[in-house]
Design a protein around this ligand. Sequence first.
Ligand SMILES: Cc1ncc(C[n+]2csc(CCOP(=O)(O)OP(=O)(O)O)c2C)c(N)n1
Length: 347
Amino acid sequence: MAQTLDTPAARRDALRRMLLVREFENRVRDRFADNEIPGFVHLSQGQEAVAVGACTALTDDDYITSTHRAHGHSLAKGLEPDRLLAELYGKEAGYCGGRGGSMHVADLDNGMLGAQPIVGASVPLGTGAGITAQLTDADWVATVFCGDGSVAAGQVHEAINLAATWHLPVVFVVENNQYSEGMTFDEQHNVEDLAEMAAGYGIPGEIVDGQDVTAVYETVAAARERALAGDGPTFVEAKTYRYRGHFEGDEEPYRTREEVEEWEAERDPIDLYREELAAAGELTDDQFEAMRADVAETMDEAVEFARNADEPAPEDAYDDVFVEPAPEVEAFRERMRTDGGDGGDGR
Ligand SMILES: Cc1ncc(C[n+]2csc(CCOP(=O)(O)OP(=O)(O)O)c2C)c(N)n1
């Protein structure tokens, strides 16, 4: 069963999940600045309503694929903050045993097929999942998260075109946060709305306010129904904004501080939803403060967990790098050898 936003409790829960993403990334920002977290981190603060709105429309059986900016999607899909943070710390208790870090986290148990640091790579991965769903008559869909910059990559068009032509059960959610690394949207695209491109694939293109969790939820829920009904994919463009630099340490020469502050003051997805619930009489100040304290406590515990978790053992470095070929693969190779082919091993 998908979650909903149909009751006051469900709506408060969505607000809490947005707060959790925000606070998770506050901790990542600070701990990374203190050199506790290795590698690179890309924060999605400002974009919480897209992750939470979209994943609220999904069931536990649905799959998502994600990008280098994956913390929000992961938490919204159900990954626990302590094990996700442990992954960023490179610890054995992390979802990938500490081998993936922020940009490669995956957890099949929660339907998270993986963060993809190669720009655009989340899209063919999601289309591939859609092929699996179609071939197995599954009752789940694949939801792809990708950025506006990725839509300039060739593999994205190939994958969306294939999904459209084969009517695969996929929902493409393009998070248009208006920048791709150091480039503005206009420097990279010759259209005003990416959703216009959907016409070229022959699928619906929806534009949604990515700061409005309800709007994202409703749009993705409808796209999911469409996909499940066999009517194929939808291209959803969520207009949003990221508050932090492209990566932590980015000097952001491509935009002004005033622009960032204006979005934070006027279009913050958490403030907007909090105000909406308060106006509807569904959330008091005390309830909100209790929620914030609860999230802070969860994150205090997650930081302690990640800090104190064990490092992976050096002798395990090659674990999970190579897989034993499945019996079908061996049978296929044997057949190729017998038939005079290359056996599938490239020789
Ligand atoms: C194929 C490839 N080219 C370039 C990069 C470097 N790079 C990483 S993220 C990024 C920008 C992506 O922009 P967008 O898709 O809009 O996502 P956002 O960072 O805005 O969330 C670039 C150019 C990369 N990782 N992979």
